[in-house]
Design a protein around this ligand. Sequence first.
Ligand SMILES: Cc1cc2nc3c(=O)[nH]c(=O)nc-3n(C[C@H](O)[C@H](O)[C@H](O)COP(=O)(O)OP(=O)(O)OC[C@H]3O[C@@H](n4cnc5c(N)ncnc54)[C@H](O)[C@@H]3O)c2cc1C
Length: 416
Amino acid sequence: MARTVHIIGAGLAGLSAALDLSARGDRVIVHEATAFVGGRCRSYRDAALGMIIDNGNHLLLSGNHAALAYLRSIGAEGRLIGPPSAEFSFVDLANRERWTLRFNDGRLPWWILNRSRRVPSTHALDYVALARLLWPRLGKSVGEVIACNGPLYRRLVEPLLLAALNIDPPQGSARLASAVVRETLGAGGRACRPLVARDGLGPTMIEPALAALQSRGAVVRLEHQLRALRFGAERIEALDFGSDAVVLNAADAVILAVPPYAAAALVDGLSVPTEFRAIVNAHFAIDPAAGQPPILGVLNGVVQWIFAFPGRVAVTISAGDHYIDTTRDALAKTIWNEVAAVTGLPDALPPWQIVRERRATFAATPAQDAKRPGAATRWRNLALAGDWTDTGLPATIESAIRSGNRAAALIARQSA
Ligand SMILES: Cc1cc2nc3c(=O)[nH]c(=O)nc-3n(C[C@H](O)[C@H](O)[C@H](O)COP(=O)(O)OP(=O)(O)OC[C@H]3O[C@@H](n4cnc5c(N)ncnc54)[C@H](O)[C@@H]3O)c2cc1C
């Protein structure tokens, strides 16, 4: 009997699982609660700006091997752009000092020995302390493993971990920080090239995936929210969508690729992360300044990263929970004042949009990290996916895609 794999949730975790299983020849149906595909990683037409923008600026690194394999598999790898080598420009708002970090390609980090490549006001020996982050320390926070002060911390470790973990780094899980450091700085500059979606997340990560799924006969059903699972002793027996239900054949399987709070509502007693951190993005309809770097790190400001796109300048503030209740007008003005100050763009506020995702990622603390379940469940035809499942990485595109790959492999093995 031909089997069907039902994938619940059309974020990157669900899409990557759907791509893997449809490539093996399984019949795949993706059920998505909302009217759009992509979950937390999507593009939309913004009325205030009159242009298509992403829900948030998303940065990939060249070492994100699962994300790059996903893009290759849908023919979209060429839609990412970035510098030919790993370079990150920074400006310090406190004293207007500017510098560019230039990692060398290989694993041996000789950039540390070169004053013009390393972080200003640091010494080569300072970097030895970073080695403490290379080994995972279970249950420990970053603040318990390294000293969270001094120029190297403020100018390199803090911006890196804040962006990757989406949490104030001293509170962050040392295990997750260690995975980030091992897969970026520890892997050499070749793994650290910053990459962004040239034409937006939709045309890069989502639409080509939908086209690939369609060409393999997979079905994506929008506005089809799973309301309940019917549990047998060993397997899921049926899916309840409210207005309709699907009874599963003995060979059918389910991948639950929904956010943690949705998974917990569907599976009694499932351990999931329960705390979250926000990300705030601001978008301004204006051409970037001449010579503005594609990505600029900002220290000692509200703004953390400034992205330059054709006709648009966009800002990211990770762990942005402080700004969730600030009025939108006041936030837009504060952010623009800083952008104008560091880019030389005019002081007058251009047309703007603020997008605040309250539950952008689970809070990457040691306690929340410990709540993440693996892909397997006690029901043999039910697997879990999502950036919040225990991938060993913080909640990122790479984690979401690896989780989808892993859930698909588990379901594929069970049918073999
Ligand atoms: C503003 C912002 C900026 C970010 N920046 C970066 C970055 O720079 N780099 C990076 O790597 N990562 C970044 N991330 C994280 C990245 O977007 C996420 O890790 C990734 O998109 C999560 O994918 P997912 O499939 O696990 O979950 P989701 O995208 O949340 O997908 C889950 C899907 O399940 C659906 N769903 C929920 N309940 C049901 C139900 N009952 N039935 C059917 N469907 C259901 C949801 O509607 C959703 O579409 C950012 C996230 C945000 C919000």
